[in-house]
Design a protein around this ligand. Structure first.
Ligand SMILES: NC(=O)c1ccc[n+]([C@@H]2O[C@H](COP(=O)([O-])OP(=O)(O)OC[C@H]3O[C@@H](n4cnc5c(N)ncnc54)[C@H](O)[C@@H]3O)[C@@H](O)[C@H]2O)c1
Length: 322
């Protein structure tokens, strides 16, 4: 079993620890907080506990590092870990600048190390279903995608709605469209904390003409975690707030009857929800990382996905502030 060390044992980190403790050998736990170190030392006597990330890097027996610290620390910690020859799982987004992510990818390639960003939704069975519906041609040609990620939720002071919420939808949209946008526009405003946009609308246009939109906000009456995919033949909705009907397929589409020359009609048929496995996306994500450790990084598909996301975030931020 691979030996894993994790830095960051906060709100999200504890979920990663739970999974890796069950799936691998948890060798090190690291956090700056003495209180968290004490708590986790009690729960995981099998792991060594430290405040210093350098202790993990100095352990020659350690195979991989899991980084679940705040976003600005991701790039420097991931860089140090790759430099020390460790495989890396890093929470999203792995860096705050496209150039930094390019550097991480180059380092991982040079050293043949796994570099996997924690784009959780890419392992969600509902999102896998959407991708399958597109890949098999079931929805027909993909025309547009839009997402709603709104909630009167945690009001953050360090990350804006684009970086905190948008990173999830962006990873899925880029995965489904499988192109990099050639035009990005973001508009928004910081109503509560100066410089931290709490409401952001983003528009992306891709070289093939496909378009996408994201509504990201923590000032909203609705709690929405929804992605709508419009294909030429059918439409599909992934709704993560639904317990059972995570994906709904609408047999709705425009059609042009033969001989009517440009006169479009609409067709409406069944609406149905395929069975989506109940597996925990985080468990699937952790298993994927362990599979990469066993098989090797291959073409660094995951890190390249991460690079596309960071690049798009970078460009959207420029547009938002422009
Ligand atoms: N995939 C998801 O759905 C999801 C959900 C929530 C958070 N996250 C991500 O998880 C990461 C952590 O978020 P969180 O909400 O758990 O934050 P948090 O503030 O609760 O926890 C971060 C922890 O990191 C520790 N830390 C910071 N710098 C450190 C350092 N240099 N060395 C050792 N310890 C250090 C802090 O003491 C803290 O305990 C973020 O990148 C966030 O984007 C992902």
């Amino acid at each position: 079993m691979p030996r894993i060390g994790q830095v960051g044992l906060g709100y999200w980190g504890k979920n990663l620890v739970r999974n890796f403790a069950e799936l691998a050998t948890l060798a090190w736990l690291c956090d700056a907080s003495a209180e968290l170190r004490e708590q986790f030392a009690g729960r995981h006597p099998e792991a060594r506990v430290t405040a210093s990330f350098a202790d993990l890097l100095a352990d020659e027996e350690l195979d991989a590092v899991v980084i679940a610290t705040p976003v600005p620390t991701h790039y420097p910690l991931a860089r140090q870990a790759l430099d020390a020859g460790k495989h890396v799982f890093v929470e999203k987004p792995p860096a705050m600048k496209g150039a930094e992510m390019e550097e991480l990818l180059e380092l991982a390639e040079e050293r043949n190390l796994v570099l996997m960003p924690g784009h959780l939704l890419l392992y969600h069975p509902g999102v896998l279903k959407l991708k399958e519906l597109l890949d098999t041609g079931d929805l027909g040609e993909l025309l547009c995608v839009y997402s709603n990620r709104q909630n009167l939720g945690i009001i953050r002071r360090d990350e804006n709605a684009l970086w905190s919420l948008g990173v999830h939808d962006l990873s899925v949209i880029l995965h489904l469209v499988a192109e990099e946008p050639d035009e990005v526009v973001a508009n928004g405003n910081a109503f509560l904390n100066e410089g931290v946009e709490d409401v952001v609308f983003c528009y992306l246009r891709f070289p093939s003409g496909k378009i996408a939109h994201m509504h990201l906000s923590w000032l909203d009456p609705h709690k929405m975690r929804k992605l709508t995919v419009v294909g030429r033949e059918k439409m599909a909705v992934f709704d993560d707030m639904e317990l059972e009907r995570k994906v709904t397929i609408y047999e709705k589409a425009p059609w042009e009857p033969a001989g009517t020359y440009g006169e479009w009609r609409t067709r409406t048929g069944d609406i149905f929800s395929p069975k989506i496995p109940n597996d925990e996306p985080l468990r699937l994500e952790c298993e994927h990382f362990l599979r990469l450790l066993a098989q090797g990084p291959g073409d660094h598909v995951e890190a390249r996905d991460g690079l596309r996301v960071v690049r798009a975030l970078d460009r959207l931020t420029e547009s938002l502030r422009g």
